[in-house]
Design a protein around this ligand. Structure first.
Ligand code: GRF
Length: 205
């Protein structure tokens, strides 16, 4: 079976992107990282991807001003132009509209640094400490129009320790992220997980 062509969308350092690139080097891995797209030209992850010989593209949201639709059409055009099968959001800090999400329904994953459905949104480590939870972790899920709400593909957790700070917690959760994202992508690329695709009208197709 031919490998699925994957695009990783980043905005920053790209450590999850790197974990996916490393995993995809295995000959039996069912996906190849064919493209890395950043919405920020200065994202450090872009340099890393280029060092790995991976094609990169910048779709700078700032150039589109208030026109989020045009930004997303440009993103989609880049994905189509590179014959991308699957998309992994990895620290991609733009909210996507239902239009793009539905176009890639069942083919787009995101990683979130919390045990969803707990702590959707930002500052998850701080909020986990404030809430006094005993366990905290990370989740890979399908992207659906509602933010951080799609069906879960992989999840793992660690115990929160007495002396934990946002930074120590983030570091241990990041190790989980790097482990579960390659596993989730493998499961999707092998067709072992999926969701019913919705058409642009929101109906099943
Ligand atoms: C990760 O914690 C990820 O879960 C969140 O943003 C962070 C991105 O880190 N969505 P990196 O760019 O993958 O290093």
């Amino acid at each position: 079976m031919s490998k699925k062509r994957v695009a990783v969308l980043i905005s920053g350092r790209g450590s999850n992107m790197t974990a996916l690139i490393e995993a995809a080097k295995a000959s039996d891995y069912p996906a190849e990282i064919a493209l890395v797209i950043s919405n920020r030209p200065e994202a450090p992850g872009l340099t890393r991807a280029r060092e790995e010989g991976i094609t990169t593209a910048v779709v700078d949201h700032k150039l589109f001003g208030e026109d989020g639709e045009a930004f997303e059409r440009a993103l989609d055009a880049a994905l189509v132009a590179h014959r991308i099968d699957l998309v992994c959001l990895a620290g991609f800090m733009r909210l996507l509209s239902p239009w793009l999400v539905q176009r890639w329904s069942g083919k787009m994953l995101n990683i979130h640094p919390a045990l969803l459905p707990q702590f959707k949104g930002l500052h998850t480590h701080r909020r986990a400490l404030e809430a006094g939870v005993k366990r905290h972790g990370a989740t890979v899920h399908f992207v659906v129009p509602e933010v951080d709400a799609g069906p879960i593909v992989e999840q793992d957790s660690i115990a929160v320790r007495g002396g934990d700070t946002e930074d120590t917690l983030a570091a241990r959760v990041l190790e989980i992220e790097h482990r579960i994202y390659p596993r989730a992508l493998r499961a999707l690329a092998e067709g072992r997980v999926g969701i019913a695709s919705l058409g642009e009208d929101g109906r099943k197709r």
